[in-house]
Design a protein. Structure first.
Lengths: 351, 262
């Protein structure tokens, strides 16, 4: 019995195609049943996320035939014609196994090295396991994939650092303050990036987040979600002495905080360290405030530069990760395995 | 001292690498160094039958021992282990100073005042306090480095496995308080040491005046920090300057003091 995987992902398929072939979570057990009961596969796992739709299967058929059956199932199930341009890929044997390992490690993800996919993969496997659609081949392959992901995470720097603006802001805050829960946060302007940054801080323990926005209703809504409080836009300075972290993302055409305004506020704060994250364009905070003692100002470009550098470091780790994956796949499926286990890339197999 | 030297060299390597890996090697080197130093101090103490803190060589090595010992305790917390990379060069420099000729004359180990346990206790407490001040200055240097990197957006500030600056400030402050308490205890023993002596006036001894000055200096620094919001860089520079003053004047003041001339 051999391992085959077919699917489509963000690498080759636009979202319009991916959404056509996506499996709603509730429909996956039924789809697995339809796939296995029709004899197209002996074992199957369906992974359906916003960035990929993949069917992992074990079949008694030769790889090319098994891949063709899976393709046919995919098109029949969704009642869609095959997309043009070779968007559907197929891997078998060791290449299929290596692909599974890469997906588990986040090497095939849109955000290189992200860990969310591992959770999604585990969930997909659990669904198939619960409905008795896995057996010796897929159980072994998936368990090994989870082990390889853990090994790669601990032995390389593929998941090191933050690659989004929000998480870089959190990391900076943690370089200044040992416990975010003890340092109040204020967010001025509840735009998309500001909200994401506030949520990232909240997820890392920041509490009592103060939200100020031109639309007070929006401020109230976000404050409720973040377990914080809202203040009217014109009153934010009154709350300023309490806070240690400020995230500013208003659409104001000019600076809302400059050195002359911040100086007395710093005195009122007893000169405690203050982290200012200015993610607005045009900038909300005059750069000259960084000359004040205990004031640390970062704008959107500073945060992006850090995120880019982390991403560059992650890219440098790809070769090491691939070497580990190749070694683990070879250990599980040696080159002298049956010929059909070594077939590999089946992209050109006909449906 | 060789092990401390290796540790100092390794620290330079860690600086160049930007403190990105956990600092187990330096911790192990300093642990090995203190094990050897403790053995040497014990052997010397057993030979002299007293705590080896009675000449400039012994006093200096005792300060080194204190700095390393306190670091090893603090370094049990992984994120504070990089303190060793900042401490090792200071430890090595002070250690090299202790090996200068003339600091350990033959027949040393005889206390200038009546040899008793109280003298050893007085010396040990004051030297422990200098050790605490020394390590606080090391934490302050670490604070200043990290603060500079954060202020000027150096990538090292984010990538380095260093503790947050508010924790470094807390460590500096707590070590200064510990040092001040030890110095207070050490100086508080002076009246007991002088009981029954009429030929000695502490007010005329430059070492006693200097010690009182050091005590006042650190008290002022801590009061300014705690009461008058002199935090952050100013406080860190105060801790560094305070210990620099102690190190640079310690030898000279001992030479001037009739009761502390070793």
């Amino acid at each position: 019995m051999s391992l085959v995987v077919i699917g489509l992902s963000h690498h080759r398929s636009p979202v319009q195609t991916r959404e056509r072939f996506a499996f709603p979570e509730a429909a996956i057990p039924g789809a697995l049943e339809a796939l296995c009961s029709a004899g197209r596969a002996c074992e199957a796992v369906i992974l359906s996320t916003c960035n990929r739709v993949e069917i992992y299967a074990a079949s008694n058929l030769p790889e090319a035939g098994a891949a063709a059956e899976l393709r046919k199932f995919l098109f029949d199930y969704h009642k869609c014609p095959e997309p043009a341009g070779g968007e559907i890929y197929a891997r078998a044997g060791r290449q299929g196994l290596e692909h599974l390992f890469k997906v588990a490690c986040g090497l095939d993800s849109m955000v290189l090295g992200e860990t969310e996919i591992l959770g999604q993969l585990k969930k997909a496997y659990q669904t198939a396991l619960r409905h008795n659609h896995t057996g010796a081949v897929l159980n072994r392959a998936f368990q090994r994939a989870f082990n390889v992901a853990k090994h790669v995470r601990t032995q390389t720097h593929i998941q090191r650092g933050s690659v989004s603006v929000g998480s870089v802001a959190v990391e900076l805050a943690e370089k200044l303050f040992s416990s975010l829960g003890e340092h109040p946060v204020m967010i001025i302007g509840a735009g998309d990036t500001g909200e994401k940054t506030a949520r990232a801080l909240f997820s890392r323990g920041a509490r009592g987040i103060i939200v100020s926005n031109r639309s007070h209703e929006r401020a109230l809504e976000l404050a409720r979600e973040l377990d914080g409080c809202a203040v009217r836009f014109e009153d934010w300075a009154e709350e300023f002495p309490r806070i240690d972290i400020l995230i500013s993302s208003t659409a104001a055409p000019h600076c809302i905080l400059d050195r002359a305004r911040l100086q007395p506020l710093m005195k009122a704060r007893k000169n405690r360290p203050l982290l200012l994250i200015d993610i607005a364009v045009p900038r909300d905070i005059d750069p000259s405030v960084s000359f004040l003692e205990n004031v640390y100002l970062y704008n959107i470009d500073d945060l992006q530069a850090i995120a880019d550098d982390y991403l560059r470091q992650r890219r440098e780790e790809i070769a090491r990760c691939e070497a580990i994956i190749a070694e683990k796949a070879a250990a599980m499926m040696p080159p002298d395995a049956p010929a059909n286990a070594r077939l590999g890339n089946l992209d050109n197999a006909s449906a | 001292m060789t092990v401390y030297g290796v540790s100092a060299l390794y620290s330079l390597f860690l600086w160049r690498k930007g403190f990105r890996k956990h600092d187990h090697v330096n911790y192990a080197l300093l642990l090995a160094g203190i094990a050897l130093q403790t053995t040497a101090m014990l052997m010397r103490g057993l030979t002299l039958k007293q705590c080896p803190v009675h000449n400039l060589y012994e006093a200096t090595t005792f300060v080194v021992w204190t700095i390393v010992a306190v670091y090893l305790v603090i370094g049990l917390w992984p994120r504070l282990r990089y303190l060793g990379a900042f401490a090792a060069p200071v430890i090595f420099c002070i250690g090299v100073f202790a090996l200068m000729p003339g600091l350990d004359p033959p027949g040393a180990g005889r206390p200038p005042l009546a040899a008793n346990a109280l003298v050893s206790l007085h010396a040990a407490l004051t030297l422990l306090s200098y050790g605490a001040f020394g390590l606080s200055s090391v934490a302050a240097v670490m604070y200043l480095t990290q603060e500079h990197d954060l202020r000027f957006h150096k990538l090292r500030a984010v990538f380095a496995l260093m503790p947050p600056i508010d924790r470094l400030e807390k460590i500096t402050s707590r070590l200064l308080w510990a040092g001040l308490a030890l110095l207070t205890a050490g100086l508080g023993l002076i009246p007991f040491l002088l009981k029954g002596r009429t030929d000695y006036h502490p007010g005329s001894d430059p070492k006693v005046v200097w010690s009182a000055l050091v005590w006042c200096l650190y008290l002022v620094l801590l009061v300014l920090h705690g009461r008058f919001a002199q935090t952050g860089r100013r406080f860190a520079w105060g801790a560094v300057a305070g210990f620099a003053f102690v190190v640079l004047t310690f030898w000279g003041v001992n030479l001037l003091s009739p009761s502390h001339k070793f």
